[in-house]
Design a protein around this ligand. Structure first.
Ligand code: COA
Length: 263
């Protein structure tokens, strides 16, 4: 199966770039998820690939989150079938976890909006470098919750108090605030993102990347993300569809209006 929503570029010093290209907004469709998994398999197996960079082919957007058009269809398709919706969430968790568990350094080079699932994919990477845009778990503004590991990873990263604020208020953080919170590692001017991400990736690649892969496994264990945390996230994501709030939030998004949850 040839890639349709991304391309893999093998560049200098064993650095492979995964350029996501799924217009108009790099929304995470089923096809993109399948291809991210396939790319993860390919890059993990290729011993010539020492470091992976995930980036976007679009100037304004890293990833705009789960595909909301798909989400509406699936909400209808799985109406009343909470287990089916929870499985969709678990599917996305597993996809992103491939990068969190890949025994090689993985860098997110964030050029633009990294919202919802886009932020969750970035959180599954080892490093986040931002050259512009905004980042955040914005699902609650749509009546949903993060369903691809975000509640677990963000809470471990910034602590419960801040994670609660960011998730409840669906905050879209500027790079500077994200840096101050420890959500990202560094900021670059937009026009220097690719160059600086490449230089950092090459610096990692010159190091003992097999040792980094093994350290990564141990760091993942230290993070102590509980299996049931992911399970509760998926079940809670599915439960949002019984509240009536996604219908309000998603309709408002596509009508380009503010959602009115208080009626
Ligand atoms: N899923 C599906 N389509 C999406 C999308 C998503 N997550 N995000 C954006 N799009 C589509 C829009 O519907 C629009 O399509 P159209 O041209 O057919 O109307 C197109 O991408 C461009 O989006 P638009 O909102 O018009 O562009 P913008 O530059 O004003 O804003 C974003 C860009 C990314 C800030 C904005 O689209 C946005 O907030 N998206 C949703 C982000 C989000 O909350 N994600 C969490 C999902 S769980």
């Amino acid at each position: 199966m040839p890639y349709e929503t991304l391309r893999i570029e093998r560049r200098n010093k064993g650095v492979a770039w995964v350029m996501i290209d799924n217009p108009p907004a790099n929304a995470i469709s089923e096809r993109l998820m399948e291809e991210l998994e396939k790319a993860a398999d390919e890059l993990e197996a290729d011993r010539g690939v020492r470091v992976v960079v995930i980036a976007s082919a679009h100037p304004k957007t890293f990833l705009a989150g789960a595909d909301l058009k798909d989400m509406i269809q699936r909400g209808t398709q799985f109406a009343g079938n909470e287990a089916g919706i929870a499985e969709q969430s678990a599917r996305m968790q597993r996809c992103f976890d491939r990068f969190a568990t890949m025994p090689k350094p993985v860098i997110a080079a964030i050029n633009g909006y990294a919202l919802g699932g886009g932020c969750e994919l970035a959180l599954a990477c080892d490093f986040r470098i931002m050259g512009g845009g905004k980042i955040g778990l914005t699902e609650v503004s749509l009546g949903l919750i993060p369903g691809a590991g975000g509640t677990q990873r963000l809470t471990r990263l910034v602590g419960r108090a801040k994670a609660t604020e960011l998730i409840f208020l669906a905050r879209r953080l500027e790079p500077q605030e994200a840096l101050e919170l420890g959500l990202i590692h560094r900021i670059t001017p937009p026009e220097r993102l690719e160059e600086e991400a490449a230089a950092f990736a090459e610096q990692l690649s010159e190091g003992a990347v097999r040792a980094m892969g093994l350290a990564k496994r141990a760091i993942y264990a230290a993070e102590g993300l509980p299996e049931d945390g992911f399970g509760i996230e998926a079940a809670s994501f599915a439960a949002t569809f019984k509240t009536g709030e996604p219908a309000i939030g998603l309709a408002a998004f596509f009508q380009k209006k503010q959602p009115q949850f208080l009626r």
